[in-house]
Design a protein. Structure first.
Length: 241
């Protein structure tokens, strides 16, 4: 799933409502277009009447980055619980002035909850619902009437396949590391580090295991992991000699 896609879907849901004809909706993480500072500048301009939407200013909504936690840790996936805040902000002097929307921020906050409660974005999350603390006044923004509207939903991520864990058999004079997956490659270490191939950013001391190798001295810790390109890497097996 894409959290940014989820944010954009929520913004589109709000923008499709007639109420938001004159109320801009911002997405606080638009990586491909604007930085967070630029988005904040747009919000400030709207609330200060330096920018308008259909000739109106003083009120806007912002879809913040979602929060994720795992309340059902015993389930595969993992099963994630999503919480997303839509922040409604109003500059009362502008919003209730000649060029304002004349719509109180409280009414917009309620409308946001109604639009998103029991709505299914499809493909990015399951059914959304209003959180128990649905609408909360936020007093952190001096000079602005601010309400945080909180929606929640569950995300059941598809279980990612994992490569079978390799077996380590230490004998005299050789040690054999094998895997039941014929498409997997095996890496091992004898210095206690993680057994993986490394990449352009991080080096690895792991060795590719393509054949039996001389058994290390007593006290050596052998760690091994298997990797199939179509799956996630295996769990790490280990053997203390």
């Amino acid at each position: 799933m894409s959290l940014q896609r989820f944010q954009l879907d929520v913004a589109a849901r709000l923008e499709s409502a007639a109420l938001f004809e004159c109320i801009p909706v911002y997405v606080y993480r638009a990586r491909t277009a604007l930085t967070a500072a630029q988005i904040q500048d747009q919000i400030n301009a709207t609330l200060g009447a330096l920018a308008t939407q259909n000739g109106k200013a003083g009120l806007c909504a912002t879809v913040l980055m979602p929060l994720l936690d795992t309340p059902k840790q015993e389930l595969p996936g993992p099963w994630l619980h999503l919480k997303c805040t839509i922040r409604v902000q109003e500059n009362v002097m502008v919003n209730m002035g000649v060029n304002g929307t004349q719509i109180p921020s409280e009414d917009v906050a309620i409308a946001v909850a109604q639009l998103l409660h029991l709505w299914t974005p499809g493909g990015t999350a399951g059914i959304l619902h209003a959180a128990p603390d649905t609408i909360t006044p936020n007093t952190a923004f001096e000079g602005r009437v601010t309400y945080d509207v909180i929606i929640e939903g569950d995300l059941e991520l598809a279980l990612q396949g994992k490569t079978a864990m390799p077996f380590i058999t230490a004998g005299v004079p050789e040690t054999v590391i094998s895997c039941t997956d014929p498409a997997a490659v095996i890496y091992y270490t004898t210095d206690g580090s993680a057994p993986w191939a490394g990449n352009e950013y991080y080096s690895s001391t792991a060795l590719l295991c393509s054949a039996p190798f001389p058994t290390p001295p007593a006290g050596t810790l052998i760690r091994a992991a298997a990797f199939n390109p179509a799956l996630a890497g295996s769990d790490i097996n280990w053997l203390q000699l």
